[in-house]
Design a protein around this ligand. Structure first.
Ligand SMILES: Cc1cc2nc3c(=O)[nH]c(=O)nc-3n(C[C@H](O)[C@H](O)[C@H](O)COP(=O)(O)OP(=O)(O)OC[C@H]3O[C@@H](n4cnc5c(N)ncnc54)[C@H](O)[C@@H]3O)c2cc1C
Length: 433
């Protein structure tokens, strides 16, 4: 019997394994359905280490705090392990006068979320022009310390560290079914006849986490939708038109992915995106469904769940048809981006970048849930709706989860002797009290 089984080898599951094996004696393993970790959101995101100026410190507090805590830690970790770190900075721009108050609000939130004052400044239109002559806006908030990183490599490094502390990563292990009784959890993995049994199972299966929770009748009031975000890479020499990340104040805060942004990747590539293509599953990187059955089961799920209420909502319908569907074309997306980088042309983007899939959760009233959701069964813990900027804060968030599991006695393992280093568990969790 294993002590802890984590489902999902993304950045969150790997961070949990990293802490668990650093802190405790025990048999701890990660089940990952792919042949390598970070195959999905954790390896397909835009690679921005986000500073939390756009996160309300009063909402989703743990998630926001996790994001703010990780900047210094990731900086030291990338340096220690010789991983890429490119401090490119971000301009959050107001395209219209009425968006200016959002920038003021973000400035206040940024300061409350611990961003150094010297890293966060409000710029006038002319100050933006001096910095980025090809950017058009009313004003901008500049965050100097937003940084480009490679979350795939960071997750891989965490795995190496966890393995050296005793964690086992079992790849090609697709969890198909889970059962829980008074004693333990039995996890059935595809092509393995005998179930894996454990005292505690942690579900952090990303876009599949709701499906795993539903196997245990947990979180039945929630469902999810999947949107593929596609990006296009700027060809040379047009990639040097702008040298900072550019985000605009979202026009529809519930659907921030409808506003394209210009991103500098850690390898220097510049890309624009995303659009938001509705797809049937969290791994559908081409087309809209892996097979017809997947599409049919998603349609059935929609008809039976709160999603039905969302898709009958007139405001959502108008947004969907008038803005969303049109944004699927590259030309329309570039047109939107021309509002703030007028020099852009669709012809400058001939290659697609890496697509990633967002899986926002809906409740039974048909509303998108903005916060991360944690649910538990007697021997299981489920983390749902762990969305952007989840990669930035994952290790701190994982520390919070472990502290909670220990406090509630769901986790009952003996502690190892303290190990010095940059991963100071006690210090991180003290921020959540
Ligand atoms: C397009 C996009 C851009 C983003 N940009 C950023 C950004 O710039 N900065 C930032 O901080 N965040 C960003 N995010 C958010 C961030 O990437 C995610 O919050 C984070 O990666 C989630 O990590 P995770 O481990 O929870 O999920 P995942 O990385 O999806 O990992 C879940 C794992 O579970 C595995 N799994 C699923 N089902 C099963 C099963 N049945 N059996 C076994 N294994 C299973 C999957 O294969 C997967 O490896 C972005 C997200 C997207 C989609």
């Amino acid at each position: 019997m294993k002590d802890v089984v984590i489902i999902g080898g993304g950045i969150l599951g790997t961070s949990l394994a990293h802490w668990l094996t650093k802190l405790y004696e025990g048999d701890i393993c990660v089940l990952e359905k792919e042949d390598r970790i970070a195959s999905h959101a954790s390896g397909r995101n835009t690679g921005v280490l986000h500073r939390p100026f756009y996160l309300d410190p009063e909402k989703n507090k743990i998630f926001t705090k996790s994001t703010s805590l990780m900047y210094d830690i990731w900086k030291r970790y990338t340096l220690e392990n010789n991983l890429p770190w490119l401090e490119v900075g971000t301009l959050e721009i107001a395209i219209k006068e009425e968006q200016y108050n959002h920038l003021e609000k973000y400035l206040k939130w940024g300061e409350l979320n611990g961003i150094d004052k010297k890293d966060l400044t409000l710029l006038s239109r002319n100050e933006v022009k001096n910095l980025e002559p090809n950017v058009e806006c009313v004003a901008a908030l500049r965050c100097k310390s937003d940084t480009a990183v490679d979350y795939s490599k960071l997750t891989e490094q965490l795995k190496i560290d966890a393995e050296s502390n005793g964690a086992k990563f079992i790849l090609n292990s697709h969890v198909e079914h889970v059962k829980e009784d008074d004693e333990c959890v039995s996890i059935h993995v595809k092509n393995i006849s005998k179930p894996i049994q454990c005292k505690l199972m942690i579900n952090c299966a990303g876009g599949n986490s709701i499906d795993i929770a539903h196997m245990l009748n947990v979180g039945k009031e929630y469902t999810d939708l999947h949107f593929r975000g596609e990006y296009w890479i700027a060809d040379q020499p047009y990639d040097s038109i702008v040298n900072t990340n550019i985000y605009s104040v979202p026009r529809h805060p519930s659907f921030p992915f409808l506003d394209p942004h210009w991103i500098i990747r850690v390898d220097g590539r510049r890309q624009i995106g995303p659009n938001a293509v509705p797809v049937a599953g969290p791994n559908v990187y081409e087309g809209i469904a892996i097979d017809g059955n997947e599409l049919i089961s998603k349609i059935i799920e929609i008809l039976q769940s709160g999603t039905r209420k969302l898709i009958l909502n007139p405001e959502f319908l108008s947004l969907f048809w008038n803005e969303w569907m049109s944004s699927l074309s590259k030309d329309v997306m570039i047109k939107r981006a021309q509002q703030f980088i007028p020099k852009l042309k669709a012809g400058y983007f001939t290659r697609k970048g890496t697509a990633g899939i967002r899986s926002p959760v809906l409740n039974n009233t048909g509303k998108f849930v903005s916060d991360t959701i944690e649910l538990d069964g007697p021997h299981t813990y489920h983390i749902l709706n762990y969305n952007s900027p989840g990669a930035t804060g994952a290790p701190a968030y994982a520390a919070y989860i472990i502290n909670r599991l220990e406090e509630t006695k769901m986790l009952n393992l003996s502690r190892k002797n303290k190990q010095p280093g940059i991963w100071n568990f006690e210090q991180i969790v003290s921020h959540f009290n």
